[in-house]
Design a protein around this ligand. Structure first.
Ligand code: ARG
Length: 463
């Protein structure tokens, strides 16, 4: 037997009370209470505007302000009693306000519906979260810049197909990550622009007959303007999808950094040391030190991409205007925001302490014939066609492989055996240092170019 509830708000139309399970099933208060402060912020602006247009008296506005201040304090202190009988955050706060101040509390909802109210609350909420995300993102970018500066001269193998390709500097590699994050930053800033439009005044779906000053409310809430179309305003969740899409790309990037850190921390690469504070041991194998933070971040990229798909599917085929489906937008958004802030924070905390094992990186670049392209380019400069040069270098690499030596360790006579064009100056370009220094064009891996890039990047994110 299910029990029934007899205190339904807006219940006059109903002859029967809501089924107790349905009440629980349709309620959102257990999760949307997270937007309580934004809900209060929206109500304060709406009330100030209602007073200005003469719908509330100064006294009623003062009562509403006092009541909402008290409620805000109760929520912050954890004293507020949330009830599923009041379904969601909006009705819980409104019911408490009416308990506290009486009739003025009942007037607050004039010219407003929960449909435009909830659309406003989520926008305010995500705007705050974008601020948090951008803050952590900047911390991580600054950590990468500092690390790149320290490692501007550090030579490591650059990979394609995870095979040693050409030498690069570790600073350059770190700056590649920085670039990815710069695009993420732009994506969130762009998302914030479209998000920052105010739905209040759309009411349930058609607008309202009260002469609301929507510009005033928008200004009070820091929105750039009121929304254009009431039907669209209560149903649009594009901004939520864009937020999750920007988050998914960011997490994809973090998963790529993670993968490299995990590989580099392995005994097989042994390029870096991740400090103990960011690793754990194994319960059975005493020798283990596992790179848990990057592994977990890599794993968490999946849930954020999942939230993006959830939101896309949530909106697919929905007719205008508001539908209860939209209540399902909150949990994916909240979890996306939490995951992004936490993953960025973990990375920003960890990166300054990741230590490059410079000698290992250097030796690894040497073992992989990373300067083979430099030798081919050298021969081209001496007048050989590139395809022929490619062939000559292939023969030299084979000799190196067979005799266990790097190209720079072959003798001049041996090299000249493959091409008479080779002179003693070849050793300048066969060295790893010569190879990276030669790539000094804009965007290249030369230490001096990397240092310039760092300088400009620092300007870009702090200036
Ligand atoms: N809890 C609802 C949500 O999250 C609020 C809007 C409900 N509106 C309605 N007419 N049932 O979307």
């Amino acid at each position: 037997m299910t029990t029934v509830n007899s205190e339904k708000l807006s219940s006059a139309r109903f002859a029967e009370a809501t089924d107790a399970f349905v009440e629980e099933f349709t309620a959102s208060v257990n999760f949307d209470q997270r937007m309580a402060q934004q809900d209060i912020q929206g109500s304060l602006a709406h009330a100030a505007m209602l007073c200005k247009i003469g719908i509330l008296t100064e006294q009623e506005l003062a009562d509403i302000r006092n009541g909402l201040a008290q409620i805000s304090g109760e929520i912050t202190r954890g004293e507020f009693v949330w009830s599923v009988k009041q379904e969601d955050v909006h009705m819980n706060i409104e019911a408490r306000l009416t308990d506290l101040i009486g009739i003025a509390g009942k007037k607050l909802h004039t010219g407003r519906s929960r449909n435009d109210q909830v659309a406003t609350d989520i926008r305010l909420y995500l705007r705050d979260e974008i601020g948090n995300i951008l803050g952590q993102l900047q911390r991580l970018q600054l950590a990468l810049l500092d690390k790149a500066e320290q490692e501007a001269d550090t030579i490591m193998p650059g990979f394609t197909h995870l095979q040693v390709a050409q030498p690069v500097t570790f600073g350059h590699h770190l700056m590649a990550w920085f670039e990815m994050l710069s695009r993420d930053r732009e994506r969130f800033l762009d998302c914030a622009k479209r998000l920052n439009v105010m739905p209040l005044g759309a009411a349930a779906l058609a607008g309202t007959s009260y002469p609301l000053d929507r510009f005033m409310t928008a200004e009070l809430l820091g929105f750039s303007r009121p929304s254009n179309n009431s039907l669209d305003s209560v149903s649009d969740r594009d901004f939520a999808i864009e937020f999750a899409a920007a988050g998914s790309v960011l997490m994809m990037h973090l998963s790529r950094f993670s993968e490299e850190l995990v590989l580099w921390a392995s005994a097989q690469f042994d390029f870096i040391d991740i400090p103990d504070a960011f690793c754990t041991g194994s319960s059975i194998m005493p020798q283990k030190k596992n790179p848990d933070v990057p592994e977990l971040v890599r794993g968490k990229s999946g849930r954020v991409a999942g939230h993006l798909i959830s939101l896309l599917m949530l909106m697919k085929s929905q007719p205008l205007a508001y539908n209860k489906d939209n209540q399902e937008d909150k949990e994916p958004l909240f979890d996306t925001a939490d995951t992004l802030v936490n993953c960025l924070r973990a990375f920003a905390d960890m990166m300054p302490h990741v230590k490059a094992k410079r000698e290992n990186m250097y030796q690894s670049a040497k073992r992989g014939f990373a300067t083979a392209t430099d030798l081919a380019d050298y021969l081209v400069r001496k007048g050989m066609a590139f395809r022929d040069a490619h062939e000559v270098v292939g023969q030299a690499v084979r000799l190196g492989l067979n005799s266990g030596r790097d190209l720079s360790e072959l003798t001049l006579a041996e090299l000249q055996g493959f091409s008479a064009a080779i002179g003693a100056d070849v050793f300048d370009i066969l060295s790893l240092e010569g190879s990276v220094a030669a790539r000094s064009l804009i965007g290249g891996t030369a230490p001096e170019t990397v240092r310039k890039a760092i300088c400009e990047a620092r300007h870009q994110i702090t200036g």
